[in-house]
Design a binder for this molecule. Structure first.
Ligand code: ADP
Ligand code: MG
Length: 702
């Protein structure tokens, strides 16, 4: 009999063509050359590619697959796939299963219907996908269909990146190059590669499927566009880390099994702050693999939820009045010989490599804070950032006591000591003393040092982690590049490094903030420090094309100016389009569901007025109620017309920036006033007549 847990170790990665499978199924020399390619040392020759493709096909077919697909991440933010079968008809009229190295390495999907931001006219249709051998090939089972998935990059006919993966891989190369230069200059002779690592914590909501079906706003936009607050929200703080509901626990169990099969190391799960909100965190991996895995996590969450009669909402702000969802991205850099470059150790003040890496990140975040802010700008996140539940739109760095103290020491010439954590005694003889961390946590900080990594907390829950991660990799690569330039030409490296650290600690002190980021005082303080506070998505996106940004993306080979421009256009268009969809959905629900219900209610009040006064009783109260409802209906009708007018106007604007500004300045306010009156009506209209599920039902019933 199997011991509990044993089947999980067997299940884990069972659908992944991972290193163990490669070792057992590939000839030794082919395995070696593939490893070399994965480590970035040389391209794969076509003979090896053929052998690998054949081994993959055999493995996939044994598992029941008849198809393969290049799986890529266009600029829509989700994934795309086009399936081809392995069958290859023979002249004899039967078929064999075939898969060539060329089919593995390259695909040619029609690219014309993916967003390109003007990089390519619609008639220039050809696009290419290219196998990314650094992210393992896997098998996905959807219903009865089993398919081999090949993680791929996606570019246009002339080689422009049209996806999220390409710039991420390029940024990893850039970071590797600059970080190894710095390590070498500081005397490290053993490390050959530096890889950025990522552990993304995914927040999400689960709501009853039957409610979802009756909410066109959730179906079409992922968030509620109407809904009066529930009498009970999150004020009792009883959901956070609370016991799991049995149905949710069963859901999580099945979710984990599905993810483990795919080699996604789902590790932590718990109830989040808002009712019906949850979190899943995997064990960290390279930013590339972790980004691919996060896409699988989001997809699997949705898929498994349906099996349990739930719907998973990934939107940044599905419900007003309770917390929205984010995706905390834990990031660090690790060498091929296992050194975490952001590990402070016992005496960080003595560790020059750690100090240089730490200060490089601080400088990068300060210098490129607007770019980092823009990397998380979308219409959903706009509801969240700065709303006392998520970091503000002001970027700052939390270092904590120990490192802030060292940072201050660096500013005055050199660090001589590291504060220690000590022990925590709980005053109970049966409880052991706890070793205390050197630093407390700060949940309000947008960019917090959390022990041996930074946690970037502004990322939205729907977002691909690629954007924020390639920005972070690139800005850190740029600062490390400047540092390497200095160190490589220095006669006395130690003195040069000290000077660099002192310089950073002096010039970039302003980005360090260890206090409460949710307060008004911080907003004022940040302004005095000269830190940008960009609340608006559009304003933030408008900063992307600043010349410094264009220059570093170009210098490090991450994005050309044309590619960056295209991305900005796509983001602006996505902003306008999503708000337009929200506005149209609001109009639809208002006119076809809410108004008719309110009118029915007003006529029943009218009937009551007549019948009560006919009976010879004073119907004053009924009349007052009727008047109130009729006034609200009139206002609602007026607000509908206003929104319709504004939306028609916005739809006619061709320029992406001008259009996005109009959506921000006219459509969103018109949506807000329409919602306000509808939500008021919800609080007075007969519950039996109200046409859509309420907040209380959706957030609390299971
Ligand atoms: P929290 O207490 O902040 O909610 P979680 O345990 O939910 O923490 O998530 C922390 C995440 O940080 C996990 O995904 C974990 O694997 C990741 N992590 C840990 N070390 C590193 C590292 N060196 N680089 C990147 N991510 C890391
Ligand atoms: Mg967590």
């Amino acid at each position: 009999m199997k011991k509990p847990g044993e089947s999980i170790t067997e299940l884990f990665g069972s659908n992944v063509f991972n290193d163990i499978v490669m070792r057992s199924r590939l000839p030794k020399d082919v395995y070696k050359s593939l490893k070399k390619t994965i480590e970035g040392n040389e391209p794969l020759d076509s003979a090896s590619a053929n052998v690998i493709a054949n081994a993959m096909k055999d493995w996939a077919v044994e598992k029941g697959a008849a198809h393969f697909c290049h799986w890529f991440q266009p600029m829509t933010g989700s994934t795309a796939e086009k399936h081809d079968s392995f069958i290859s008809p023979t002249p004899q009229g039967n078929t064999i299963m075939e898969f060539s190295g060329k089919e593995l390495s390259q695909g040619e999907p029609d690219a014309s219907s993916f967003p390109s931001g003007g990089l390519r006219a619609t008639f220039e249709a050809r696009g290419y996908t290219a196998w990314d051998c650094t992210s393992p090939v896997f098998i996905k089972e959807d219903g009865n269909n089993t398919t081999l998935y090949i993680p791929s990059a996606f570019c246009s006919y002339i080689g422009h990146a049209l996806d999220k993966k390409t710039p991420l891989l390029r940024s990893m190369d850039a970071l590797n190059k600059q970080a190894t230069r710095v390590l070498k200059a500081l005397g490290n002779t053993t490390s050959k590669r530096v890889t950025a690592t990522l552990g993304p914590e995914q927040e999400y909501f689960l709501i009853e499927r039957s409610f979802y079906k009756n909410r066109l706003d959730l179906v079409l936009t992922g968030r509620t566009l109407f809904g009066a607050p529930s009498p009970r929200g999150q004020e009792m703080d009883d959901h956070y880390f609370g016991p799991l509901h049995e149905r949710v626990a069963s859901f999580m169990h099945e979710l984990n099994l599905e993810l483990w099969k795919l080699g996604v190391s789902a590790k932590t799960q718990h109830n989040e702050v808002s009712p019906s909100q949850y979190e899943l965190a995997p064990v960290f991996a390279t930013v590339n693999v972790a980004t691919d895995h996060n896409q699988l996590v989001m997809e699997t969450l949705k898929k498994v939820a349906l099996r349990h009669d739930f719907v998973c909402l990934l939107h940044e702000k599905p419900f007003v009045g309770v917390n929205g969802s984010g995706k905390h991205t834990n990031w660090s850099m690790v060498t091929d010989d296992g050194i975490n470059l952001l590990e402070p150790g016992q005496t960080p003040h003595e560790d020059m490599v750690f100090l240089v890496m730490l200060c490089a990140v601080i400088k990068a975040v300060d210098k490129y804070s607007k770019l980092l802010r823009a990397s998380v700008a979308n219409s959903g996140n706009e509801h969240r950032l700065g709303a006392n539940e998520a970091p503000p739109a002001i970027v700052s760095v939390f270092l904590g006591d120990q490192l802030s103290d060292i940072f201050d020491q660096l500013a005055v010439g050199g660090a001589k000591s590291s504060k220690q954590g000590g022990e925590l005694k709980l005053g109970v003889s049966t409880l052991p003393p706890l070793p205390k961390d050197c630093t407390d946590r700060n949940r309000t900080s947008p960019f917090a040092f959390t022990g041996n990594r930074f946690e970037f907390r502004m990322v939205g829950s729907t977002q691909s982690t690629s954007g924020p991660m390639f920005v972070l990799n690139t800005i850190v690569a740029e600062v490390l590049c400047k540092i390497a330039d200095e160190l490589e030409k220095a006669r006395n490296v130690k003195a040069a490094a000290q000077k660099i650290l002192q310089d950073i600690a002096t010039k970039h002190r302003k980005i360090i903030f260890n206090g409460d980021n949710y307060t008004d005082e911080w907003v004022e303080d940040a302004e005095r420090r000269g830190l940008p506070n960009i609340r608006s998505t559009v304003t933030s996106l408008e900063t992307i094309m600043d010349k410094d940004n264009v220059a570093i993306f170009k210098k490090h080979g991450v994005l050309t100016e044309a590619e960056l421009h295209a991305r900005t256009e796509i983001l602006l268009e996505a902003y306008s389009m999503s708000i337009n969809i929200e506005a149209m959905t609001m109009l639809n629900i208002s006119k076809r569901q809410i108004l008719p219900a309110c009118i029915e209610y007003s006529s029943s009040l009218g009937d009551a007025v007549c019948s009560v006064s006919n009976a010879g009783v004073d119907a004053g109260t009924q009349k007052d109620m009727l008047k109130d409802v009729c006034n609200l209906i009139t206002t609602m009708k007026k607000n509908i017309s206003q929104l319709e007018k504004a939306a028609t106007k916005a739809g006619k604007i061709a320029d992406a920036i001008k259009q996005a500004r109009l959506y921000r300045d006219q459509i969103i306010p018109a949506m807000e006033v329409l919602r306000e009156v509808a939500d008021k009506l919800e609080t007075v209209v007969d519950a039996e007549l109200w046409p859509i599920p309420t907040y209380a039902e959706m957030l609390f019933l299971k």
